[in-house]
Design a protein around this ligand. Structure first.
Ligand code: SF4
Ligand code: SF4
Ligand code: SF4
Length: 760
């Protein structure tokens, strides 16, 4: 990522923008933190917040006229936060003043003509910056003193003294040119005197006059108290810049009140009435309650709706910085690499974000760059990519309809439906052949989504090229997609191939007569890959309506649907978070109904990801084709109880389906499996470890074959078990086993990327 791209990403996220109250306040008081401290009864800490951002806080805190209240998000929810009363309470009750520490003296002097709020504020700010101010006025504090409690005024005077602000009541000099020769800058801080001198305000933003070292408040000045203090601050900043000979204008866009872009979701916030202050102002309890009404405005809308963003405990602007910084570190940091690879690439954030921040694009680009720079950790996506490679070789099947030399249509179920529910692929394909008049071929292949999600551009291109070639060989049929992810990948990566969703075709040709008509209602889960496929979602709902199935739409569905935990290869890169995401989605689906309804979905992977949380979930095809084929999979009468398909079973299902269809549909009795003796069995613990560690039965078979061929194993005298390893490609697999005649019983399995080199 280039630095300008980082800046663009950062600018898009408004989470760090000021809340509206702070943006509107001419002094930009950190209202949020102030209210937080006040609500917690930490008065001295709240006072420190005011002290930091207010010039002469003892005075300012007592004369605030609440300009922020106009934009407070509480305004229509019980009334704006009563900042003026809270500030007065805080000033009166703080027991400790933060130390005033001016910067070292710069050896420069500024004359401030006038003794009102602007003059005092300018003097305060200049003195803090190490520039010596002298206030020239016969009537200093004239418009201030009467409103300030005596004690506060005394404290203010002490603070001004500590800062070294000088006062002079000499006569006003007449010759401005002469004054300018004696002072590094001159501030005309009251509109009365501003009119006496022959100079003209030329820049209302910097308050500079036609004499470059003279700055003035506008004439006539009709500002409120706080605005006059803010004018003093502007005078001081301009004088400082002029003295230091730096740009007077740079970076001053948000100096006065401005419009913040921050958007805070308040639709679920209840109204809470403002607490009235008594004649003496607030007491402690009431002040705390009033400050506690502050909503602590922030955005975080995407974070509040995404398990992934919440997991990494920050927000997209910070993630963009992490990604940018990570690129400069050789092989990246483990934390950042995991963060980049844990986004489900589902796109929900973009729909929710008021600024359309697309985290999926940020993370996908970062993955592509890591792959290009060879900094992507191989373990992140290796298993998923190996699975894809298997689906596109041993598991792949591309056939025209029996005895047809070309296909008008081809059913494209993807790679997960054949792996998880092979019987549904068979039933659907047979039904399509029976229902469509033109020849229907079958094309079982992965659409390339795993390679795309892994950031593997070359592999994605190779996969789509392979699909394109095969599609041409089949006579360029219209593909009928059975998987929503395939449909979205075709739309994005292979737009030249005409596709229609299975649901559209089924709606057109009519539903199978044997469809089971469930009486119970379901809660409908839209796969996240259908987020922008409104037609597919509509066809699914039309089919559900024809089936007379009653459904509940969850709060987050359609355009705002949530990922099941599989998207973006999360299950491969961060299995724990993937489980969390599945659990979260299952819970939001449960929460949308009072009775615990089963989930209905139309993606095989979503079905399994939700089912693994224990949530009863079925695929729409389970309703349409209820009669299972026992030769292909164990299909219970109740599809919501079908167990989640393990990794090894998925591979074997693909092979079994391929063999079965070649035999029953095309009459080709080719056997594509090559399972030989010896027999291998697994203890329950070994089987669980294989699932968790993504080790397949075929991997174990290779180790056993190696042991058989080389007789190479170790014997552990303590456990009385053999241990053997084999490294077929980049991973070394280990088994701990016992052997009874020709039968191996596997007790434990593990793997690593280290290579075992025998001693010479
Ligand atoms: S609710 Fe609090 S943070 Fe939000 S605008 Fe009002 S005072 Fe500011
Ligand atoms: S793309 Fe999905 S998983 Fe990634 S940040 Fe956005 S909402 Fe979260
Ligand atoms: S929704 Fe997220 S990305 Fe968008 S502005 Fe808010 S915090 Fe930033």
């Amino acid at each position: 990522m280039e630095q300008h791209e980082l800046r663009q990403w950062e600018a898009q996220c408004t989470q760090e923008d000021a809340p509206h109250c702070q943006a509107q306040c001419p002094l930009h008081i950190d209202v949020r933190t102030f209210c937080k401290k006040m609500a917690a009864g930490k008065i001295n800490e709240a006072w420190a917040v005011l002290y930091k951002s207010m010039p002469m806080p003892h005075i300012t805190a007592n004369i605030c006229n609440g300009l922020c209240m106009e934009t407070c998000l509480r305004k229509d929810l019980g009334g704006s936060i009563n900042m003026p009363e809270l500030e007065s309470y805080c000033a009166a009750n703080a027991t400790k003043n933060p130390p005033v520490r001016p910067l070292p003296s710069k050896g420069k002097r500024v004359l401030i003509i006038g003794g009102g709020l602007s003059a005092l504020a300018a003097a305060w700010d200049l003195a803090k910056k190490g520039i010596s101010p002298t206030i020239l006025s016969t009537e200093a504090y004239d418009d201030v003193a009467s409103n300030i409690p005596e004690k506060a005024f005394e404290q203010h005077e002490q603070a001004m003294k500590k800062l070294g602000v000088l006062f002079s009541s000499e006569e006003l000099p007449e010759d401005l040119a002469e004054i300018c020769t004696k002072w590094d800058a001159v501030l005309l801080a009251t509109s009365e005197v501003a009119n006496q001198y022959p100079c003209e305000l030329i820049n209302p933003k910097t308050l500079q006059t036609n004499i470059s070292s003279v700055f003035t408040v506008p004439f006539p000045c009709i500002a409120t108290s706080i605005e006059r203090i803010a004018l003093g601050r502007t005078l001081a900043l301009s004088a400082e810049r002029s003295i230091q000979n730096v740009s007077l204008t740079a970076g001053r866009d948000t100096e006065g009140p401005y419009q913040s872009r921050l958007q805070t979701a308040v639709s679920s916030v209840s109204s809470l009435p403002r607490l009235p202050a008594g004649d003496e102002g607030y007491d402690e309890a009431t002040a705390m309650l009033e400050a506690g009404r502050c909503l602590q405005c922030e955005c975080m809308q995407c974070v509040n709706n995404c398990v992934y963003l919440a997991e990494f405990k920050s927000y997209p602007k910070v993630y963009a910085r992490h990604i940018y910084n990570n690129a400069a570190i050789v092989m990246g940091t483990r934390h950042a690499n995991k963060m980049i690879n844990s986004c489900m690439l589902c796109g929900l954030c973009e729909e929710i974000c008021p600024e359309d921040f697309a985290v999926q694009n940020l993370c996908l680009t970062a993955r592509q760059e890591m792959v290009a720079d060879s900094t992507m950790p191989p373990s992140a996506h290796e298993f998923a990519l190996r699975d894809m490679a298997f689906a596109n070789t041993a598991g792949m099947l591309a056939k025209n309809a029996p005895s047809a030399s070309a296909s008008t249509y081809a059913f494209f179920p993807g790679c997960q439906l054949p792996a998880i529910s092979p019987h549904l692929v068979e039933s659907t394909y047979n039904y399509l052949r029976d229902s469509l008049e033109e020849p229907v071929g079958l094309f079982i292949h992965c659409c390339g989504a795993p390679a795309h999600w892994a950031g593997q551009k070359d592999l994605t291109e190779a996969t789509t090229r392979q699909i394109l070639q095969q599609w041409e060989i089949m006579g360029k049929p219209e593909l009928i997609t059975g998987c929503p992810t395939c449909a979205s990948m075709f739309a994005e990566l292979l737009p030249q191939i005409p596709t229609r969703s299975l649901w559209e075709v089924l709606e057109e040709v009519g539903l199978p007569a044997k469809a089971r008509m469930p009486q119970q209602p379901y809660v409908l889960h839209d796969p996240c890959s259908t987020r922008h496929d409104e037609p597919m979602r509509a066809h699914v709902r039309a089919i559900i309506e024809k089936l007379a199935v009653s459904i509940t739409e969850p709060r987050l569905s359609g355009l705002l649907t949530e990922c099941c935990g599989f998207g973006g290869l999360l299950d491969s890169a961060n299995p724990e978070l993937s489980r969390k995401a599945s659990q979260h989605r299952a819970e939001t689906l449960s929460a949308c109904t009072e009775d615990e309804q089963d989930v209905l979905t139309y993606c095989a992977m979503c079905r399994d990801m939700l089912a693994r949380t224990g949530k009863r979930t079925i695929h729409l095809l389970d309703i349409l084709f209820p009669n299972c084929n026992a030769a292909l999979s164990c299909c219970d009468a109740d599809p919501a109880t079908i167990p989640v398909t393990g990794f090894s079973d998925r591979r074997e299902n693909r092979i079994r389906l391929k063999e079965h269809l070649l035999t029953t549909v095309w009459g080709e009795a080719e056997s594509v499996t090559k399972e030989n003796a010896p027999t291998i069995t697994y203890t329950e613990q070994a089987a669980a470890n294989m699932e968790e560690r993504r080790i397949l039965r075929s991997d174990i078979r290779k180790v056993v074959d190696y042991v058989e061929a080389t007789n190479s194993s170790l014997f552990n005298t303590q456990t009385q078990r053999n241990v053997a390893s084999f490294r077929p490609v980049g991973v070394t697999y280990w088994i701990e086993y016992t052997k009874d005649n020709d039968a191996y019983c596997i007790h434990n399995v593990w793997s690593h990327r280290m290579q075992i080199i025998p001693p010479k």
